[in-house]
Design a protein around this ligand. Structure first.
Ligand SMILES: Nc1nc2c(ncn2[C@@H]2O[C@H](COP(=O)(O)OP(=O)(O)O)[C@@H](O)[C@H]2O)c(=O)[nH]1
Ligand SMILES: [Mg+2]
Length: 307
């Protein structure tokens, strides 16, 4: 008799320094953009679950803001403490962790992330990402030998999250590391976040991508209204969003000449929302000024930062 292999299900933390491609990897495994991506560090501000279901089981991937050295923490111990705290938060209750690094590079922050993971005593799978950017493939082998030397990994996977190469072997390895069990989420669920939250994030992604260097960090997005209605051509989501900035000058920058910048931001965000939600979206975006929002805890709470 042929009994099918038992299904597996478990949580896997995705950890690494900023900008290595953690969110891109989570999206590639989930098969949809649940976590926003930009070339700026600290794009991810919230802990988010990406749910990836395969024939052999389900992985709940914990995407995290990158662990990095705080600018103000000068001593190695303070740095260490911070790394540990960040890693521990992401590691609560997970069955395994993925340490994402950039192919061809390993610096002090990668070492700290590795050490924090080892202290948490979960199996660590090393994902060497962005291998598509390595022109001389022959340089990869000595690099891999060098980074695993003296370290303990449950597995090592050179991948390209962007081009989606090397992911099947990674998934097989991760499924083997999580316990047997039924999926924690239904097959069609892709994240633990609401559509409202995802809509705010997709708008923030465009702010990160389209605004000059300093501005993205002093903006945030709040969804004021969110409703679904039936139209002749199918369902439509009607979304009202506010981009909060700290100063009038920033408002002018976000809006742009004749409103051009805001239109471009809104159009791109709407298209990503339509792709993710599989529905028509009518997006209305306003820019408002609220001084010092990032310091005001009550404001942060009302923007959903305590989720
Ligand atoms: N060439 C290349 N770029 C990548 C790859 N993975 C991520 N990136 C890019 O690296 C940048 C940071 O990605 P992101 O996922 O936001 O990194 P995170 O901060 O670790 O979550 C983005 O511009 C991505 O498009 C990859 O496999 N290859
Ligand atoms: Mg990220």
């Amino acid at each position: 008799m042929n009994t099918p292999a038992a299904s597996r299900s478990g949580a896997v933390a995705v950890v690494g320094r900023p900008n290595v491609g953690k969110s891109t990897l989570v999206n590639a495994l989930v098969g949809a953009k649940v976590s926003i991506v930009s070339n700026r560090p600290q794009t991810t501000r919230h802990r988010l679950l990406g749910i990836a279901t395969f024939p052999a089981g389900q992985l709940q991937l914990v995407d995290t803001p990158g662990i990095h050295r705080g600018e103000r923490s000068q001593s190695a111990t303070a740095m260490h403490r911070m790394m540990n705290r960040a890693a521990r938060g992401a590691l609560e209750g997970v069955d395994a962790a993925v340490l994402v690094v950039e192919a061809g590079r390993w610096d002090e922050e990668d070492t700290l992330a590795y050490e924090a993971l080892r202290e948490a005593k979960v199996p660590v799978v090393l994902v060497v990402n962005q291998v598509d950017r390595i022109r001389e493939k022959a340089t990869l082998l000595p690099y891999l030998q060098q980074v695993v030397e003296g370290r303990e990994f449950a597995g090592v996977h050179p991948v390209s999250a962007l081009k989606r190469t090397g992911l099947d072997a990674l998934v097989a390895e991760l499924l083997a590391l999580v316990p047997e069990g039924e999926p924690a989420y239904a097959e069609d669920e892709i994240t633990d976040k609401s559509q409202r939250f995802l809509a705010a994030e997709l708008l923030r992604e465009q702010l990160m991508r389209q605004l000059g260097a300093e501005l993205p960090y002093s903006t945030t997005v709040e969804i004021e209204s969110f409703s679904e209605e039936a139209t002749k051509s199918g369902p439509m989501m009607r979304i009202g969003a506010v981009v909060w900035v700290e100063r009038d000058g920033q408002k002018a920058i976000v809006i742009g000449k004749g409103g051009a910048r805001l239109r471009e931001i809104g159009t791109k965000a709407r298209m990503s929302m339509e792709r993710l939600f599989g529905s028509k979206v009518f997006l209305e975006t306003f820019v408002r000024v609220r001084a010092g929002w990032s310091d005001d805890e009550a404001a942060l709470r009302s923007f959903g930062y305590d989720q």
